[in-house]
Write a protein that binds this ligand. Structure first.
Ligand SMILES: Cc1cc2nc3c(=O)[nH]c(=O)nc-3n(C[C@H](O)[C@H](O)[C@H](O)COP(=O)(O)OP(=O)(O)OC[C@H]3O[C@@H](n4cnc5c(N)ncnc54)[C@H](O)[C@@H]3O)c2cc1C
Length: 410
């Protein structure tokens, strides 16, 4: 007699995408099994803050209350360009470490649905998906959701590859900042755009997580650039050499603890239109951390998959490739993915291209934002909404996402 465990939906990977999918599907009453080698998601330098548009998507997953309860909202957001404070906006983002985010979502998954193991091998088809775990256990599912992030090995088993769109597109640097004296920082959150275009930097963002001030610096450099090891050895000096006016806004500061440096390739999977298996989050495609869209993309994938497509797929027999295609052809997902890519390449070009047009655009952006900030009465300045994404109606009544104003792309 076979003891193979049976489930409706098996999810390989319990990062943000997989855990969110498991929580949503379990709440909707599906028999779901979530597999990940880490019983608790370990500390990892990934997305560390959510903006308003990402929170809006999170609300549609039903998990926003749990996540917002452990996040730190910023009270206001100062914006500096060319070393000058140009605007003070109302806070509209919240900070939380990635492991806190994922573990909070995981806590919404019934414990019995989670298995601590690696998915070792998979065999997929239009009826059942057979999965072998690193523990030796075998599981049979109607649908396999691949949410295993950057790990390409499993996808290769199905002949799925990845097309690199931009190698080491940007480099993210994460660290903690603390005031040098006893007084706290005057700002709650600060986004600091470069003082010069040859600094190869997108921006520095400072934001609160609990009692700490977290810093994410996004740069466009070759991984062999000696500047990176200089930064690791002497972060404060290297950063101030690049943006010397920073301390006029922050006051004297120190860098606290480890500096984490991670490059990100932009890629999209290829050969993924197959029966029985669907790819979400980074398993499908990555996006640029500097553009701040990866978490939104993972959440958007899962929200569309679990709210729209899976209920339809499970309502009829079979799991053929034509069913799965409806997810990849989803207009809301496609519009969001396209917007993420546009933002990734647009921000890089805006930040480092030194041609006349881009230089003029940078100055226009500075002047416009400075003028807006200057004409506002002091009491109004702190109540202006931070730029983000607003939902836009698609012709079919669905919502897509677009920048609140065209210029807020960067
Ligand atoms: C440095 C950095 C900074 C970032 N900053 C931002 C930001 O500011 N804003 C933003 O929106 N996005 C940001 N992102 C992007 C965002 O964090 C990711 O797009 C998002 O977290 C992807 O989630 P995921 O669930 O797809 O993948 P992951 O969170 O990586 O989850 C994958 C999971 O799969 C598991 N797994 C792997 N192999 C197997 C296997 N064989 N069997 C079972 N499980 C397996 C792993 O253990 C892991 O738990 C950043 C990314 C990086 C790298």
């Amino acid at each position: 007699m076979s003891h193979m465990r049976q489930t409706d939906i098996l999810i390989a990977g319990a990062g943000l995408a997989g855990s969110t999918a498991a929580a949503m599907l379990a709440r909707a009453g599906y028999d779901v099994t979530l597999v990940d080698p880490h019983p608790i998601y370990p500390p990892d330098f990934r997305c560390e803050k959510l903006d308003q548009s990402q929170i809006e998507i999170l609300k549609k997953t039903g998990l926003a209350d749990a996540v917002l309860a452990v996040a730190t909202p910023n009270r206001s957001l100062w914006v500096a360009r060319f070393g000058h404070l140009v605007e003070k906006l109302k806070g509209a983002q919240c900070g939380l470490l990635y492991d806190t985010l994922v573990n909070t979502v995981r806590a919404q998954v019934p414990p019995a649905a989670f298995i601590a193991a690696k998915v070792a091998s998979i065999k997929t088809g239009p009826e059942r998906q057979n999965v072998l775990l690193s523990t030796g256990e075998e599981i049979s599912a109607r649908l396999l959701i691949m949410a295993n992030g950057l790990n390409i090995g499993l996808r290769h088993q199905l002949g799925i590859d990845r097309k690199i769109l931009s190698e080491a597109h940007s480099i993210s640097i994460g660290f903690d900042l603390k005031p040098a004296g006893a007084a706290p920082f005057e700002f709650s959150a600060l986004t600091y755009y470069p003082e010069r275009s040859d600094s190869k930097m997108a921006y520095l963002t400072l934001f609160p997580i609990g009692q700490s001030t977290r810093a994410n610096l996004f740069v466009y450099r070759d991984m062999r650039d000696p500047w990176l090891s200089q930064f690791r050895d002497a972060p404060k000096q290297t950063m101030l050499a690049m943006i010397p006016k920073l301390e006029t806004l922050t006051g004297p500061f120190d860098i606290d603890g480890f500096v984490k440096i991670r490059p990100v390739d932009l890629y999209v999977s290829e050969g993924y239109r197959q029966a029985g298996v669907v790819l979400v989050g980074d398993a499908f495609a990555t996006s640029c951390p500097a553009a701040g869209t990866g978490a939104g993309k993972a959440l958007m994938d899962v929200e569309r998959l679990c709210n729209v497509h899976i209920p339809q797929w499970l309502a009829t027999p079979g799991m053929g490739a034509e069913k799965i295609a409806a997810f990849y052809d989803d207009p809301v997902k496609n519009a969001y993915d396209a917007w993420c890519n546009k933002k990734a390449f647009g921000l890089k070009s805006f930040s480092i291209d030194r041609g006349l047009v881009r230089t003029a655009e940078r100055w226009a952006k500075f002047l416009l934002q400075w003028l807006k900030g200057a004409v506002r009465q002091p009491q109004e300045r702190s109540t202006v909404e931070a730029p983000g994404l607003v939902p836009a109606q698609m012709p079919d009544g669905e919502q897509a996402y677009q920048p609140a104003r065209a210029r807020d792309m960067v």
